[in-house]
Design a protein around this ligand. Structure first.
Ligand SMILES: Cc1cc2nc3c(=O)[nH]c(=O)nc-3n(C[C@H](O)[C@H](O)[C@H](O)COP(=O)(O)O)c2cc1C
Length: 327
């Protein structure tokens, strides 16, 4: 009885008073403060990976400018090599350090091709780092031609994007995990700040667990039982620096949209489900759904096979003129 009263009082405070909103903002702040990284003080492996990704990508995108400055970014190149070496000593070489090598090789070739003489100690540093493992990873630049830059036109994309709708009535056949896997692989093409890719996907397949998780979600009533797989999109608070507190939701949101489009292209039905939780419920849901403590919840996606025929809400859009202003 006392427990029920306590829960009711807490829900009242969190949902109906400004104090509740303030407490959730305090949670936002402390979560970000606890898990984000300070660039001058990196000790954790995940932070080091995100740091390296951010900084080697800065070199990579510098090479993609219309006229990259010869010899640009030398302090950054030194820093990336020093940290990548330290990473390899501790954790060995992997796809990340291979992409760094590929990028540094492109940097070296760019300067060589343009007859820019890098300082000899940097040349040695580059040679010794690049040379000590074959750079098989993906990194540096790739060429794109105008004719093939986009495989579809706006009318085709319009047809596809506008045919995606929130589905709340699914067929009973189970969704293939291979299709979810393939959709997630496509969704990874989403852009993210300095290519950080802090997103995570937790796909629940057990009906009882799905129902338990959804018992904490306020937008699934009436179709809970027809949901076959429940995807939770989260994003890792560790992926961001102290100055990027809102980026977790931006990158997570972009990834989620890409994932919904990929799921749609896979011929499945999906409905986004909000994770607008007050802090105490976010913690609870993360625990129930085995989501890492360092992650923030972005949204859930209910997935199922589509029926031969089904109804969806029209969800009319506002006129473009209401939202677009040219200056
Ligand atoms: C972040 C997010 C959370 C949502 N949460 C819910 C939800 O909890 N329950 C639900 O039935 N629909 C939910 N929706 C679906 C919206 O109602 C729907 O996307 C909107 O009406 C546009 O319709 P469409 O998706 O069919 O284009 C959510 C959508 C988004 C983007």
């Amino acid at each position: 009885m006392l427990e029920i009263l306590k829960r009711k009082a807490r829900s009242f405070v969190y949902y109906r008073t400004p104090t509740g909103e303030a407490l959730t903002k305090v949670y936002d702040f402390f979560h970000h403060f606890k898990y984000s990284f300070k660039e001058s003080r990196i000790s954790d492996k995940d932070h080091l990976r995100y740091y390296l990704t951010k900084h080697y990508h800065i070199i990579e995108k510098g090479l993609a400018l219309p006229e990259p400055r010869l010899g640009f970014g030398q302090p950054k190149v030194r820093d990336v090599i020093e940290k990548a070496k330290a990473y390899e000593v501790e954790y060995g070489d992997d796809e990340l350090t291979s992409s760094i090598r590929k990028t540094l090789l492109a940097y070296q070739e760019f300067n060589k091709k343009n007859n820019f003489d890098l300082p000899s100690d940097l040349k040695l540093l580059l040679n010794s780092f690049i040379g000590c493992a074959a750079p098989t990873g993906i990194g540096g630049l790739k060429q794109v031609c105008k004719e093939t830059a986009s495989p579809i036109n706006l009318a085709e994309f319009s047809n596809f994007a506008k045919s995606r709708v929130s589905v709340r009535d699914f067929a009973p056949e189970p969704v293939s995990e291979a299709l979810i896997y393939a959709s997630v692989e496509v969704a990874q093409s989403a852009p993210s700040v300095c290519n950080r890719q802090g997103w995570k996907v937790y796909c629940h397949t057990d009906k009882l667990k799905i129902n338990e998780i959804l018992s904490y979600q306020n937008g699934n009533s009436g179709f809970t039982d027809v949901i076959d797989k429940l995807i939770i999109v989260a994003a890792d608070g560790k992926a961001f620096t102290k100055y990027e507190s809102n980026q977790v939701f931006i990158d997570g949101g972009l990834f989620s949209m890409n994932l919904m489009l990929a799921i749609h292209a896979a011929g499945l039905g999906a409905c986004p489900l909000n994770t607008c939780y007050p802090s105490f419920l976010e913690k609870k849901v993360k625990m129930v759904a085995s989501v890492a403590a360092s992650d923030r919840l972005i949204m859930m996606i209910a997935v199922g096979n589509i029926k031969d025929e089904y109804s969806v809400a029209c969800s009319a859009r506002n006129p473009v003129d209401d939202i677009l202003k040219f200056f």
